[in-house]
Unconditional design. Structure first.
Lengths: 375, 396
């Protein structure tokens, strides 16, 4: 049973728990894993004040360049913190070229984004999302000053132990909030799977799904090419294509103007033989019922279609992973497999403990007696 | 008549000065010879960079780009948003409107005649129009655009692809050439037929009696000519005339955000960031204490349409501006620059009578001709680069 226990204990108890954990293992720095569910995900210790601050920031449109979108614009709570469109909306003035990834359990990952281009931490991912011109297009110096203009933030940064608001602290607080987006009520984790799901679990192992979708997060953390068809809306809609051009130009992809396919993880390694073109990170299979459509470009609408895609041995691509081959599943096996995949999903995280529900101020309050205040 | 004599004498002195400078002789001190006289704008040539010649096609492209909001962050504002032809090719509030979600912290300056100036922006931070345009298009409280997305947008507009190819030989439009085209277009936005120009070129009837009296104040008791001289009505020096901080920083949260951001963005020290309560002007470029509160002397041309005035738009009418100078660089509440030690010694109470003030204001109007309103160009549209058939043919 996975719970965010730490959210319910006082800071004092957290400190105690941290000290105890530290006494047990001297390798822990800052964050300690206080428990490990048998088949679920390791539980993360969460600093409540920091996470609360991160929550307010996550839903705040003022942390985008023109103050028109928040993180939640593309990572919608009702959609498992993904977006129901095949391609993420992107920043106003442009579109996007990839599907928005669900954020539930994102803190359990060690590599992020469909092409895996960030493998450090969520602090870096947060920075990239806020500052990229086709995503939130925010000059973080302006963001910092906006935050300093909101007294509620001044209180919350202080309570979180960050002191004066800074863009560095924003990049810590949002990841702390993301830790709270942990699967809840997952039949697979609680051992309450249906018979069909259990049968599907056997299919999952037998048909080789688990060779890539492995571990507690059901991903090997590697990039593969499964032959997912390109989403032509990337190129047919200039709003999307401009984001794609800007991205591939910035990533140093050769001949990017002529590119008619998503290079995927090739952006990282740029192998001369192009053998990693079209490879994408194996996604987690958790919370899929909340995060349709599927694949890096949202090309597959339902889990049934996903299973059919794999059953056919994936799509066409000269770089397609050798493990991709027709699976010859029966209808029963397919529906059991879908049932298993569904059993990896839990409840929607849409309550006030996850979603910032208070209104943001319509205007930035003025700092009174400004001439006599230190900036 | 005496005006004409004075003008030719002054031209002679200016010519001597230029020759002297070229010959490497020590330049004469201006104070010794008096300021350059006002001169018709067409007496000087528009400077054209040797690497960005004017062509009709380039100017036409630059005009379209000037009005195109896709050269900005969220594709909602263009150069013309803050330099609106219907607002004097400027913005008719104290601070420029800024990027959506922000407000700027300085007054938007007119584009008209701007490309005669040797540097751009209030503190001269850009050396040319080619440098000014990207700085504005990319600045966080201005266009907030980034090169890669702006360049990507241009590539998906076939008319631009063709025009950049014709004008610059670009296979795909290069963003740097967009700024060249815009600067070329801006070099065409000049006004050389103001009443003052006509008068200086011999039409004695071009100025009214009132304006002629105002001209005498301008060149005499008012001392305006000391800085507002020559064909541009500015000597392009950086001067602290005593303009006090804009009160909006005390009253408007959004303006306070930008104020701090600018300190940060312009490389203030920690101490400066904490303590600044006004725009330090030229200091941000030089980091010399004596440059705090200095701004480039603006041209007086086209000012009939460019209110409000001063680097921070503190004054909405020319009458207020004249009162400010008459009081010795002080507003009606006695507020002045936060750096009085840098205030120019030439800024002293003038003791102008009401008649002298109104004459002066009347003369200042002679620096502007007809309002230059143009039809905004129809903008070319995006078009998909590939057809569906081409996309389907791709072998992976």
């Amino acid at each position: 049973m996975v719970k965010i226990l730490a959210k319910r204990v006082s800071r004092q108890k957290q400190l105690l728990a941290a000290s105890l954990a530290l006494a047990v293992s001297c390798t822990l720095v800052g964050m300690s894993q206080v428990a490990s569910a048998a088949d679920g995900l390791p539980e993360l210790e969460i600093n409540e004040a920091k996470a609360e601050l991160g929550k307010r920031l996550f839903f705040d449109k003022r942390i985008s360049g023109d103050a028109a979108i928040s993180c939640a614009t593309c990572h919608v709570p009702e959609n498992g913190y993904a977006h129901p469109d095949a391609l993420s909306p992107g920043y106003p003035g442009n579109g996007h070229f990839r599907n928005s990834i669900g954020l539930i359990n994102t803190a359990q990952k060690s590599i992020w984004l469909h092409d895996g281009r960030l493998g450090t931490n969520l602090n870096d991912v947060t920075r990239e999302m806020i500052t990229e011109d086709y995503i939130m297009n925010m000059d973080m110096r302006i963001m910092q000053e906006r935050i300093k203009q909101d007294p509620k933030y001044l209180e919350m940064f202080e309570a979180a132990g960050y002191g004066e608001p800074s863009n560095g602290s924003v990049r810590k607080a949002i990841p702390e909030y993301l830790k709270t987006l942990a699967s809840k009520g997952v039949p697979y984790d609680s051992g309450s799977m249906s018979d069909s799901a259990k049968a599907g679990q056997a299919v999952f192992a037998e048909k080789g799904c688990s060779s890539c979708h492995s571990g507690a997060m059901f991903t090997d953390g590697k990039a593969h090419n499964t032959g997912v068809p390109e989403n032509h809306d990337i190129w047919l809609d200039p709003m999307n294509h401009q984001a794609f051009i800007a991205f591939t130009m910035f990533q140093g992809i050769e001949n990017y103007m002529a590119l008619k396919r998503d290079p995927g993880a090739h952006t990282q390694w740029k192998k001369a033989d192009l053998s990693n073109m079209g490879t994408f990170q194996t996604p987690s299979l958790r919370e899929l019922t909340q995060t349709a459509p599927y694949m890096h470009n949202g090309m597959i609408a339902t889990l049934e279609d996903v299973v059919d895609f794999y059953n056919a041995g994936g799509g066409e691509d000269s770089n397609k992973d050798a493990a991709m081959r027709p699976l010859e599943m029966t209808d029963q096996e397919k529906s059991d497999l879908v049932a298993f995949l569904e059993s990896l999903s839990g409840e929607a995280l849409t309550g006030p403990e996850y979603v910032w529900s208070e209104a943001y101020p319509d205007e930035y309050p003025v700092i009174e007696d400004w001439l006599n205040q230190s900036n | 008549m005496s005006t004409l004599k004075q003008q030719s004498l002054s031209s002679l002195l200016t010519a001597t000065f230029v020759i002297g400078a070229v010959a490497g002789m020590s330049a004469p001190v201006f104070a010794d010879v008096g300021p350059a006289a006002l001169a018709p704008l067409d007496s000087i040539a528009m400077p054209i960079p040797s690497d960005n010649k004017q062509t009709d096609a380039k100017i036409a492209l630059g005009k379209s780009l000037f009005f195109d909001p896709r050269l900005g962050g969220d594709a909602s504002i263009s150069c013309s948003s803050c330099h609106d032809p219907e607002q004097g090719w400027a913005w008719s509030e104290d601070f420029s409107r800024g990027y959506p979600g922000t407000v700027h912290w300085r007054n938007s300056q007119t584009i008209i005649n701007s490309q005669y100036m040797s540097r751009q922006f209030w503190a001269g931070s850009a050396a040319s129009g080619e440098k000014q345009a990207p700085s504005a298009a990319k600045g966080g409280v201005a266009g907030n655009g980034e090169n890669d997305i702006m360049e990507a947008r241009l590539a998906l507009i076939p008319e631009y692809v063709a025009a950049f190819n014709e004008v610059f030989g670009d296979e795909w439009p290069l963003i740097g050439n967009a700024w060249r085209a815009i600067a070329s277009y801006e070099r065409t936005l000049v006004q050389t037929d103001t009443p003052l120009d006509n008068y200086l070129k011999g039409d004695a009837s071009a100025l009214s009696e009132e304006q002629l009296r105002g001209k005498a104040v301008f060149e005499g008791k008012g001392g305006c000519i000391a800085c507002h001289n020559g064909a541009l009505a500015t000597n392009e020096e950086y001067v602290n005339i005593g303009v006090p901080p804009n009160k909006r920083w005390e009253e408007d949260g959004l303006a306070q955000i930008t104020f701090r951001f600018e300190q940060y963005a312009k490389g203030q020290t920690e101490k400066g960031y904490r303590s600044a309560k006004s725009d330090w002007g030229l200091y941000y470029r030089t980091k010399n204490a004596w440059d705090k509160g200095k701004f480039r002397v603006p041209s007086l041309r086209y000012t009939l349409y460019t209110a409000p005035y001063m680097h921070n738009g503190n004054y909405y009418t020319m009458e207020e501006v004249v009162d400010f100078y008459d009081a010795g660089g002080m507003d009606e509440e006695g507020r002045t620059t936060l750096f009085p030690e840098n205030k120019d010694a030439r800024i002293q109470p003038l003791g102008l009578s009401d008649d002298e003030k109104s004459d002066l204001v009347a003369f200042l109007e002679a620096f502007s001709g007809e309002e230059m309103i143009i039809d905004k160009p129809a903008l070319p549209e995006y078009q998909a680069l590939f057809t569906e058939a081409e996309l389907k043919e791709v072998k992976k």
